[in-house]
Design a protein around this ligand. Sequence first.
Ligand code: SF4
Length: 353
Amino acid sequence: MDSFAERLLIWFKQHGRHDLPWQRDPTPYLIWVSEIMLQQTQVTTVIPYFERFMRRFPSVTALAAADLDEVLAHWSGLGYYARARNLHKAASRITAELGGELPASVAELVELPGIGRSTAGAIVALAHGVRAPILDGNVKRVLARYHGIQGWAGQASVLNELWQCAEAHTPDNDVGAYTQAIMDLGATVCTRARPSCEACPLGEGCVASRDGRQAELPAPRPRRIRPQRSVRVLLVQDSERGVLLERRPVAGIWGGLFSLPELAEHEDEHVWCDRVLNARVSVQRNLPAIDHAFTHFDLTIAPTLLKLEAAPAVVMDRPDWLWYKPAMKSKPGLAAPIAALLQSVYSSRGASL
Ligand code: SF4
């Protein structure tokens, strides 16, 4: 047995959890339900739910015979209800196709809804004493720290490395105790925040402890770097007509909605007014920028207020233009940040800007 497993087993005898409700009579059904409940939830929260669930659904067949609504009612408050739906679905299949007995091999268990490789490993190891590695969240943390495994476990190569470590450490004997031991160590000693390395049987040889990298390992899911874009828009005010809006092309962001005219990257505001409106600017003021998040990028909108000296004489009837006033009866479709900008400008300055 490798020293990793040996040290864990010695620690487990004295410090492990031995009186959890599913440990008293570790049948495959009890282990299965407990493992599913524990997937996203802490032990102390799970215990009362587990006991209530077992009183009402004491066997696979009882679970299969129950209405899904009742199963969900017994899950109510635990969250992640797909877990309960999958339990019920799997119980129905076990009852209808497998004579009411959970399979005893990882390969067969993973064919059932909601049972992945780690849960299957836990069921066969804890209920049957058959050697199978597990890799739940706690175990991933212990192994990533102990071996100094870099990278996010959602990446196939990192996950593969973790499974290889889990496989290598799982002993041939005492596999049930070892499985419970490594889960307990992750839950009580090698905790996410402030692990108790001084009390850990794996301290010797642990890369994270040696290098003080407990906080870095395991690496969290990388944050996607969102592209940043910016645009300059013009809030052109004609005291008679209001603020000039322009309908956006149907394709692209805010397609078909009205927005403020955009300025090309290096174009000067006065030049734009002269070119497009044949009008002169009397007042120019930069307004605070607005940040807007799209699904795939962030946009910074930098507005400039331009008051015209006189009403422009040209192209007032362009169909893609609109002179906006808050009192207008038929409101145009506006992009949300533009609507907010207009509202803030009008409310802070009055209807005449
Ligand atoms: S020594 Fe610390 S970081 Fe390493 S496995 Fe133990 S608790 Fe985790």
